[in-house]
Ligand binder design. Structure first.
Ligand SMILES: Cc1cc2nc3c(=O)[nH]c(=O)nc-3n(C[C@H](O)[C@H](O)[C@H](O)COP(=O)(O)OP(=O)(O)OC[C@H]3O[C@@H](n4cnc5c(N)ncnc54)[C@H](O)[C@@H]3O)c2cc1C
Length: 378
């Protein structure tokens, strides 16, 4: 069945869906509210499961070519002592870190020119017997057979259809930055996450000698004092953490830093409503503790294309997509939430016990979990 498909949102989910659906012969348009591709943003890690899902489209080759490989994460204490190593099982490939703007460019380049219409904020939609009408804030409209809602965690499509705005604040807030990695004392090629009672700090090398870092501290949601933190405030918080954390913060300019409270949405029962299907953060925003939000959006995009190509009508295809995705998403969302709680503990006693348990836990426990996580299944 060749259909005209309107995709709302040109983030990772929307662009990947455009790529996978075009490959199965669908007529696709992406409507993005921003007027041009974003050049700002931080780094992102793309895991083997997402690369497997993108395998047939050559994009995974490009991510591997342009990204920086890592075999997993070293978890360290605030003094820099090893707690554990979360390594990708052999035969599963690597994690790849890449700047978000480079990832977007790879995805955009895989689409025919004109596929994305920029400066088109979704306003509302109306489902008719045989089509969907979408209205945009600039007064224009589009008609299509189906709509893919890929408009992110604050999805207006989801609010209109499910009347749901059920965010869960995780209890911690996050800063991210990208700086040049030259001349940083104590820098390494490894992906590192440091767990201490004052907060969590991640260091991820990017290509071209850049470093992507992130810092997470416990805070009240929307606290204006914390939202205004400068790099100096963060440096004050993390100044006793191991190298190169303090120097990374001192090197970061306010312009290179972004802040966001960490929220997710409780996994929804339904990922579709008649002619509208939800994908990526619009369907299931996940806390970032497993680095899987975008990877799951990519799995969604591949799975949706598979369901639309094998099922004879869209209702069956959407039901099939929902069945294939719901359980995996719920497992990852729940696990990510728990990891966040464990990693953000401020209790000295709890963190001492936690670190010892993690240090001495049998390696097969993590290996088995990693095998399930990093294996994409259609
Ligand atoms: C701190 C942090 C670190 C993370 N790290 C990782 C990681 O390492 N690996 C990983 O896999 N995931 C990671 N994630 C998760 C990942 O960023 C998201 O899951 C992913 O970006 C979701 O993509 P999306 O396209 O669904 O949503 P978005 O990226 O939010 O894209 C939605 C798009 O829709 C557009 N839009 C919104 N509203 C409208 C509208 N009304 N009309 C038209 N367009 C609209 C937006 O402008 C945007 O372009 C992280 C998240 C956070 C917060």
């Amino acid at each position: 069945m060749s259909k005209a498909i309107l995709i709302i949102g040109g983030g990772i989910a929307g662009l990947c869906t455009a790529i996978t659906l075009q490959q199965i012969g669908m007529k696709v348009k992406v409507y993005e509210k921003n007027t041009h591709p974003s050049v700002a943003g931080a780094g992102i890690i793309i895991a083997p499961n997402a690369l497997q899902a993108l395998g047939p489209y050559r994009i995974s080759d490009e991510i591997i070519r342009q990204g920086n490989p890592g075999q997993g994460f070293y978890i360290l204490s605030d003094r820099g002592r090893p707690i554990t190593q979360l390594t990708i099982p052999s035969g599963y490939g690597s994690l790849y870190s890449i700047h978000r703007k480079d990832l977007h460019q790879i995805l955009l380049s895989a689409l025919p020119p004109g596929t994305v219409e920029w400066g088109k904020p979704f306003l509302q939609l109306e489902q008719k017997d045989h089509q969907v009408r979408v209205a945009f804030s600039d007064g224009s409209e589009a008609m299509g057979d189906l709509v893919v809602a890929a408009d992110g965690i604050h999805s207006n499509v989801r609010k209109q259809i499910f009347h749901k705005d059920t965010y869960r604040y995780a209890g911690y807030t996050c800063w991210r930055g990208v700086v040049s990695g030259e001349a940083l004392p104590g820098s390494s090629h490894h992906f590192i996450e440091t767990w201490g009672t004052k907060g969590r700090f991640g260091i991820v090398p990017l290509p071209n000698n850049k470093v992507y870092w992130y810092a997470l501290i416990n805070a009240r949601q929307g606290d204006p004092r914390i939202a205004n933190y400068t790099t100096k405030d963060l440096h004050h918080l993390f100044k006793n953490y191991h190298d190169p954390i303090p120097s990374l913060l001192l090197k970061t300019t306010p312009h290179d830093m972004i802040h966001r409270d960490i929220v997710d949405i409780a996994p929804m029962e339904r990922f579709c409503s008649d002619r509208v299907v939800f994908i990526g953060d619009a369907a299931h925003a996940i806390t970032p503790n497993m680095g899987q939000g975008a990877c799951q959006a990519i799995e969604d995009a591949r799975t949706l294309a598979e369901c639309l190509s094998v099922q004879s009508n869209y209702q069956r295809a959407f039901a099939d997509y929902e069945n294939r995705r719901r359980k995996r998403i719920k497992q990852i969302s729940d696990q990510s939430w728990k990891i966040g709680k464990m990693a953000q503990s401020e209790s000295f006693l709890f963190t001492s016990v936690r670190n010892q348990l993690m240090k001495h836990a049998p390696k097969w426990i993590y290996r088995n979990q990693a095998k399930r996580l990093y294996q994409f299944q259609l």
